[in-house]
Design a protein around this ligand. Sequence first.
Ligand SMILES: [Zn+2]
Length: 383
Amino acid sequence: MADIFSEWLRTNRVDDAFLRRNLTDHALPIFLTGAGASGRSMPPETSAEAAWEMAAQALTAGIPELSRLIRFVQTRVPRSFEVQQGRDGRAFTYDRGDRGDRGGRGRKTLPFVSCPYRGTASDILTVAHEFSHALQIVSSGRSTMPPLSREVCAFVGEQLLLGWVRQARPALSPYLETAWLTDNSRYLGTDLQSLKTALESGSDTYDYAWNYPIARLLAQSIGQEWTRKKIAALFRSGEKAPSLLKDYHDRPRILQQRYVLPGMHDADGTVAGLYRQIGGLLLLDLQDMDAGAVDRSIGDRYARLLQSMQDRSVFLALDRQQVPLGYVLWQRDGEGKTVHLEHRIACRQRLPDLLASLESHCPQVAMELRHAKPTDSSWGIRQ
Ligand SMILES: [Zn+2]
């Protein structure tokens, strides 16, 4: 019993504890990305070939190290966007392996992409997903990547498309963001349920859906944290991909933040509207203390933060995608000496990013923070 599931764990070099820690023992992070976007599903008209080209542009911008291979995939990989009646219509990319000539030492056959395309926002994302599969297969040469890592690459491709569209096609962006969020309800809903069942009681039948939930979380973190070079290395890594992901096994959780926040920069105001609404709701909770929605100490905390905003002694750091990363709060005495310094960060691994951002805006505070002795996330330096 449980043979197929154990085999899947071994193939992908993950274990029960890693999956439980990230998927079942704690609440999943709440994705606010896309939550402020338009709910209508039909985006401005985009043909399948235009979506294919957009995927190529987004990947080239995100992983320029692979630009030659991206161009190769874009022009050479055979693909079908046909919607066939009566078929279940799931997209796939088929790795056709070696040509089998010259004793298997011949050139690798190109992968084949099938992506039924009706022009929905979800279809546009799927095109980027399948393009990324094809790119990963071509980049990895003869080395075959295990399925979970393969899905990480495909989801990273979706992330890169979302990021690129935000800048280059802002009118399309809210549709894709919403579709991405809706897709989550499958990857982190029904697919996760199937994985949980297998975790509980094993399984003697394979469900490809097991690969999605953890890959979705990994891709989110990689999109935030990894350099382009490291992402290129993942696409090229073939069977070695799990070893590039092994750092995540040492972390308490892949995504430690409670909320995955959208970038604050947006052209049409949907994300700004989301932040405004959240701020408005929070302020009402703080205003109506009698309702008991928040603790008095939280009220005091926000009173302090608002005071610091007015005094300009709090710094909100944004990452390269304009996503709030953390903040630093300080207090100076009458002689300008810093008597209190503290920071909050969504994800501890990203402290260097917070410091770098602080450095370029408030170098003095950054220096003090670097030299202060950390005690958890807050420390006084009164001596
Ligand atoms: Zn896939």
